[in-house]
Design a protein around this ligand. Structure first.
Ligand code: NAD
Length: 495
């Protein structure tokens, strides 16, 4: 893995041992803080090292962003649109290499990472088209004034992202921020540092964006992350990650009166009624939780089955899940790779152990998969199904963020809704039924930012995404996501 990593980094003039992981003011720079060493999720051996960026690097990034943002706003809106559209062409010919890097560091199947690169392209193309369509409005005030409202960028925004889909999340937040006219300082997770920085380089160069418009600072939450959230130049914070950290970010922002958008975790319910098309629902239940080894914010981690169909459904689901191939990220037949890091691996195992001690039953998985290649000494876990879960158990209410499905049963519609809404999260959910009236009635009662009917996981950059409750506030994607990156100025003209 180290050799493949070295080869892929070399194409960008980078080395794995003293990785210059930050992209600041149009160039790669090393950090100044403590050395961070990342382990290979597949082999559990050291993979790469880099230095925590530190406060001085954040300072350099913020002042570069301030300068570049002024240059960016000096262009016409149509010119910004053209450049953002061209920025996406920076990915041309780099798709495989970028996906390969992401796959090595995140331990995700290469195919999934390639899909993420494609999404980044879509995001830039979509938001490029918005640049010259952000009109203000004229208000018919009851006086002789001319009153008009402009949408104005915040200036420099700070973005903080998690480790589960670094490329996707980076593109997801960069594109609307830039389209709205901002400069950006983004800190990826310390566990997945490099693909965001390379992405910034490719976009900035291909789009002829002012150097410093996109800055990526890599490092630890308490040092580099805290330096970013407390930096005076940062006028808005956008955070994607866990509720615990999200609370800290929002508090740091609030202490400076800086607003935030929080895209946090979930414990999404996948509700299957007895009248569902069961083959589709069995396939949907698997894709909902086992894609990305469950390390997805919208994972359908709770399966709610109507009692009358539970036994038959679980028999089919269990059989299908036992056939899921877990393997190396570059194995094209593997549907699941390892978990991303050792701490997450231990936590998931502990949650399974506790659930079993509390009376849940193990219907599938729960241990390392059989038949892995010798080198796979890392964080592999077979897709796991826990039956007889009750709402009081931790696995029914806490986000596990691993390949673990908690199964609960319900009698009727009302109980299904109560169970689904019975956690503090509200990110996503799904309803499976061939009775469209019932499916929609239930869908409309779910306290969740995204709901699927007879499907799971469709998302698109055109449609708003975000949470209720502990899943956060504010929205990303679509016009709503763009609006988060602007504020208004109301101008009154005496006539
Ligand atoms: P995390 O909260 O541990 O870390 C997220 C980011 O916050 C990292 O970059 C980390 O370095 C940074 N951070 C930590 N402490 C900080 C501090 N004091 N100041 C500033 N930054 C700090 O989350 P994670 O474990 O990386 O990611 C998993 C979580 O992300 C899950 O809960 C998952 O559901 C959530 N997630 C949500 C979405 C969404 O769109 N809603 C998408 C992906 C992941």
């Amino acid at each position: 893995a180290r050799e493949r990593l070295a080869e892929r980094l070399d194409a960008y003039g980078l080395t794995a041992d003293a990785l210059a992981a930050n992209w600041i003011d149009g160039r790669f720079v090393e950090g100044e803080g403590e050395l961070v060493t990342l382990m290979d999720p597949v082999t559990d051996a050291p993979l790469l090292s880099y230095r925590d960026a530190g406060a001085a690097r954040v300072e350099a990034a913020a002042s570069a962003a301030e300068r570049a943002q002024r240059e960016w706003m000096a262009l016409t809106a149509s010119e910004r649109g053209r450049r953002l559209y061209r920025a996406a062409t920076g990915l041309d010919g780099h798709e495989e290499r970028l996906a390969g890097l992401e796959s090595l560091i995140a331990g995700k199947p290469q195919r999934d990472c390639l899909g993420e690169v494609g999404k980044v392209r879509e995001m830039f193309e979509y938001y490029a088209g918005w640049c010259d369509k952000q009109h203000g409005e004229v208000i018919d005030v009851p006086s002789s004034h001319l009153n008009y409202v402009q949408r104005v960028p915040y200036g420099v925004v700070g973005q903080i992202t998690p480790w589960n889909a670094p490329l996707f999340t980076c593109g997801w937040q960069l594109a609307p921020a830039l389209a709205a006219g901002n400069g950006v300082v983004l800190k990826p997770s310390e566990l997945t540092p490099i693909t965001s920085a390379i992405l910034a380089r490719l976009l900035e160069r291909a789009g002829e964006l002012p150097p410093g418009l996109i800055n990526i600072v890599n490092g630890l939450g308490p040092s580099t992350g805290a330096a970013l959230t407390s930096h005076p130049a940062i006028a808005k914070l956008v955070f994607v990650g866990s509720p615990e950290t999200g609370r800290r970010i929002a508090e740091a922002g609030a202490s400076r009166l800086v607003p935030s958008v929080l895209e946090l975790g979930g414990k999404s319910a996948n509700i299957v009624f007895a009248d569902a098309a069961l083959d589709d629902a069995v396939a949907g239940a698997q894709a909902a939780i086992f894609a990305a080894a469950g390390q997805s914010c919208v994972a359908g981690s709770r399966l709610l089955l109507q009692e009358s169909v539970a036994e038959a459904f679980l028999a089919r689901l269990t059989q299908a899940v036992k056939a899921i191939r877990v393997g190396l990220p570059d194995d094209p037949a593997a549907r699941m790779g390892p978990l991303q890091n050792a701490a997450q691996y231990r936590r998931v195992q502990q949650l399974i152990e506790q659930a079993l001690a509390e009376g849940a039953t193990l219907l599938a998985g729960g241990e390392r998969p059989a038949e892995l290649p010798d080198e796979a000494q890392g964080y592999f876990l077979a897709p796991t199904i826990l039956g007889d879960v009750t709402p009081e158990m931790r696995v029914a209410s806490e986000e596990i963020f691993g390949p673990v499905l908690s199964v609960l049963t319900f009698r009727d519609e009302a109980e299904a809704v109560a169970l689904a809404n019975g956690t503090r999260f509200g990110l996503a959910g799904a309803v499976w039924s061939q009775d469209t009236g019932k499916a929609l009635r239930v869908a409309h009662q779910l306290r969740a930012g995204t709901v699927w009917v007879n499907g799971y996981k469709s998302i698109n950059v055109m449609s708003p995404f975000g949470g209720f409750g502990d899943s956060g506030y504010g929205r990303s994607s679509g016009p709503d996501g763009l609006r988060e990156y602007t504020t208004t100025r109301s101008v009154w003209v005496e006539t």
